[in-house]
Design a protein around this ligand. Sequence first.
Ligand code: C2E
Ligand code: MG
Ligand code: MG
Length: 437
Amino acid sequence: MAHLDHVVGERRRFTVLYVDLDDFKLVNDTLGHSAGDDLLRHVAAAMRTLVGPEDLLARQGGDEFVLIAMDPPDADRLAERLLSAITQPVSLRGLTVRVGASIGVACCPNDGSDASALIENADAAMYDAKGSGRNQIRRGRPLHTRDRDRDRAALELTATLPQAVAHDELVLPWQPLVDVADLSIVGLEALVRWNHPERGLLYPGAFIPFAERTGMITAIDAWVASAVTRQRHAWHTQGLDPYVGFNLAPQYARHPDALESLLVRLSHGGLGLDHITVELTESEALREDRRLLEFAHGLHKAGITVSLDDFGRAYSSLNRLREVPARWIKLDRAFLEGVPENDVATEVLTAIIDLLRALRYDFIIEGVEREPQRQLLSRLGVRVAQGFLLGRPVPADDLHDRLRQSPVCHRTPSPETTDDQTDRPDHAHQAVPALAS
Ligand code: C2E
Ligand code: MG
Ligand code: MG
């Protein structure tokens, strides 16, 4: 950094552009590391065409680059040209690949006065760009105003959430749960996004925490349950009936009529409930909060499978686990970090899998991003996993062909049940035979 400050010297006008490639990991994982290296060389060469004699271009590590441009006439224009240069198609191992990039821009003196402050600022702006849907450019802000701006943006976002639900600005892509051995789809998870009219596609991390704090999460989760039902009807007309899961926040579940109104939404139009999984995040609250526990028992009794999400992310008290009527455990993706290259990480994962098997849980491994991970899981006899390697969250229509090719997802010809689902016998343990790990 001292070197940078030296290079920048006494100049009062320079701009830092922080560039991070989107989906570089995907190229590395699917085409191999040498293809990844070729891509980096290609990107560096494309960026160099825009670098002036006094500018400085450096690779910050991995797939991150920093460009310090001296006195650029128009910093925004430079960022746009940079993005366009990077996103040109490139031929790698016989495939034409187009990677996106997220770029953060910070200008001296407005956004900071020295190189390190500006790099930090541009880095934060780059993260903003990633968070709001990738392949974008974001301007940095002076550090002291950034928190205030963020708070204000959060407030604005929260205020417009009710409108978002009412105006159908929410969208519901689906991520497949996949058979590790033959890659067929054995189920799907609905993951909500907000198609914000001004800010573009927002991921749950950008609005679910605020929605939880303000109580709006109840409206979001109710919308999700209805959207799940609508999509199930659409699949039914296509002869498909995949196992579907969706997430519910504890705040939703604590609501006094939560169970009743949820069952009404899910069985709207006469749909049966035995292909449904509700994912509740594994937490101390789930075991300690009577209302939440009762809600989980109510789901189980209605024939809905309860899944414990993100297992192992917080601390998981195994001796109390039995109190939650969960059939499935979704192992948090943190357990795959470093696997299979790191022996200790691999041993921990193997031990957890053995333990879940001994406790007779069915389980799903979350976050499979690389082929060696899939191969290891296959060797360990794991049946079902989820992750970017096996399928990203995509609109339902994009899954049509894969669902058709996955026998488990075909609709059985048996007549639809319209019974009062809450009176059904306790049979959740047979509800998802196809998914047993
Ligand atoms: P989750 O239920 O654990 O969902 C899995 C998250 O991991 C999703 O993020 C998914 O896109 C991401 N993911 C899947 N495979 C991979 C992978 O291979 N690598 C990596 N790095 N990530 C992967 P997303 O969609 O951003 O959702 C985040 C969380 O937001 C969800 O975690 C869930 O807790 C919450 N959420 C999503 N939809 C809803 C909803 O409708 N209602 C409620 N209450 N919460 C929701
Ligand atoms: Mg989930
Ligand atoms: Mg999860």
